[in-house]
Design a protein around this ligand. Structure first.
Ligand SMILES: [Zn+2]
Ligand SMILES: [Zn+2]
Length: 302
């Protein structure tokens, strides 16, 4: 068996939250490390990738890694200008993310490092940089196989399904569960009978495809950004109410769920209230789902 683990370097959504009241959960934005022996896979490059890069540069054994990006919103790429391995000629850094070809991925990764927003561009990266074009089949990084599919979030956004050490790990940082149902429900009364049947079919299809995506996951890391009250104000923004995330995970037979992409406005206390409620929902459903809060610095053996 390989030595494999997963580590959360950043668990916040939207923007960093380096406030004393938030530090038990953590203030850095999206970044998760998956390590299998000497293979390093990084999911997203939010501010969490900055301390991770500083740690990588201090070790001598590994000089290669793959970064898979769910999309290019700031909270998922804003650590890259400060990711030290990219500035070192000793490293090989590969990128994958949404885009029609490798040039488009390169364009999106480079865009935030242009004047007047940043003093140096990606041309100043000294590492051996690769952009991986879309794959019809699975992507591989050493012993890790990676599949991707589109999720409900503004612009093109991927969710990733990975096989690591015989386990299925799913990373869906930004996704609005039941998007069609939620967006049309309020207007249901305006639909005629034929439209209602069509609408019900679409909901069914959407629900099934979301279940298929996360079905039987050993570990699911999923957007759980909003309370029901905040979700009502931010419907259609591409993030989930944590209750929908938990119900979806229960229905799909997920083993362990990590609530992720925490709202930066929620302090440790508010997120703990979410966790207590999550436990209650699982108990009421007689489900065997194990639910956790993703916290910065948390490391899980795979
Ligand atoms: Zn995000
Ligand atoms: Zn986003």
């Amino acid at each position: 068996m390989s030595n494999a683990y997963l580590r959360f370097w950043g668990v916040r959504g939207s923007h960093a939250a380096p406030f004393a009241s938030h530090l038990n959960v953590g203030g850095n934005t999206s970044c998760v490390e998956i390590r299998v022996d000497d293979h390093i896979l990084i999911c997203d490059a939010g501010t969490g990738i900055i301390p991770f890069g500083n740690e990588l540069i201090r070790q001598k054994d590994i000089r290669e890694l793959l970064i898979i990006l769910t999309h290019y919103h700031w909270d998922h790429v804003c650590g890259l200008p400060f990711f030290v391995p990219a500035f070192s000629p000793d490293w090989k850094v590969s990128f994958f993310g949404p885009g029609d070809d490798d040039d488009e991925i390169k364009k999106h990764v480079s865009a935030q490092m242009r004047a007047p927003y940043f003093p140096v561009g990606t041309e100043s990266w000294l590492a051996n940089i690769h952009y991986i074009p879309p794959h019809r089949d699975k992507l591989r990084h050493g012993p890790i196989s990676i599949e991707y599919s589109n999720v409900h979030h503004p612009g093109s956004t991927y969710g990733y399904r990975m096989r690591v050490n015989g386990k299925t790990i799913i990373y869906i940082s930004d996704n609005e569960c039941n998007f069609i149902e939620k967006s049309v429900r309020q207007r249901r009364g305006e639909l005629n009978e034929e439209e209602q049947i069509l609408y019900d079919d679409m909901i069914q299809e959407e629900h099934q495809s979301e279940l298929d995506l996360i079905e039987n996951a050993d570990i699911l890391i999923h957007d759980a950004q909003y309370t029901p009250e905040d979700y009502e104000k931010k419907r259609g923004w591409g993030h989930s109410c944590y209750i929908d995330t938990i119900n979806m995970a229960i229905d799909a037979g997920v083993k362990e769920l990590y609530l992720y992409h925490h709202d930066p406005n929620y302090d440790d206390e508010a997120i703990n209230v979410i966790y207590q409620h999550a436990e209650k929902i699982i108990k009421e459903n007689n489900s065997s789902l194990k639910c956790h809060l993703a916290k910065e610095g948390m490391q899980i053996k795979i």
